[in-house]
Design a protein around this ligand. Sequence first.
Ligand SMILES: NC(=O)c1ccc[n+]([C@@H]2O[C@H](COP(=O)([O-])OP(=O)(O)OC[C@H]3O[C@@H](n4cnc5c(N)ncnc54)[C@H](O)[C@@H]3O)[C@@H](O)[C@H]2O)c1
Length: 263
Amino acid sequence: MTGRLDGRIALVFGAGSSGPGWGNGKAAAVLYAREGATVVAVDRNLAAAGETVGIIEGEGGKGFALAADVTQGGEVAATVADVVARCGRIDILHNNVGITEMGDLADITEQGWHRVMDVNLTSVFLTCKHVLPVMQGQGAGAIVNVSSLASVQINDYPYFSYYASKAGLNHFTRALAVRYAAQGIRANAVLPGVIDTPLIYQQIVSQYADAAAMKQARDKIAPMKRSGTAWDVARAALFLVSDEAAYITGVCLPVDGGLSCRA
Ligand SMILES: NC(=O)c1ccc[n+]([C@@H]2O[C@H](COP(=O)([O-])OP(=O)(O)OC[C@H]3O[C@@H](n4cnc5c(N)ncnc54)[C@H](O)[C@@H]3O)[C@@H](O)[C@H]2O)c1
């Protein structure tokens, strides 16, 4: 099926990729454009967002890149104002930015804790704070937040601030869904499990002997005995922002090869 997002404006925060290949945000941005959306690709790293837009335009799609740090309210507000000035509306808000910090409690600094909270959770408050008035004015909008299976299930990694921030993101998503449902705004989350993206080669690899050992070990974790891809996460997000999910809001959808079924 194509054209599921024809004429829509999709604002994707964290639309670049932290390394070569396909990150979750980059894949979602490209998939939204393939379905007809004009994609505003926002990233702290403008070159990374520009690369995503280059792929979109190379496939005949529409989009443009903007630089912003999602932890800075002023930058988020300016980005939203810029998009409204250029596009007139925002139909889809996709919050992809997320980081991890590994360490036992004794090793985690207050600064590190607050940084993860700012990047993973406060950022979503900020983007929603500034985009919601636009969606309320339209009487329509779809928000998708990229959480993690770690929000509901503890794994072997010692990333306390990540668990806490992503659990908070799930409940923030539900609160959004309930509060704004009657105004035509839907909010859902996707919970990726073990996904093979560039991010893990930077932020997870420290837990293994090397990248090959990480890949081999992670592939065994899910019942499907393989890691997922950024496209698996992007396709779930596409469904949730599309009209096919018109009666679905407040859902935290695992994309995890069955891992969440394990006790
Ligand atoms: N890969 C996995 O196994 C996995 C599992 C569960 C959840 N997730 C979630 O997926 C999301 C990341 O997906 P990805 O593969 O696209 O990651 P990524 O790191 O490749 O891409 C995220 C983009 O966000 C940008 N970014 C980082 N900090 C920013 C900031 N402060 N302001 C603006 N932009 C910023 C980076 O420059 C990067 O281009 C995170 O929310 C993560 O928690 C991933």
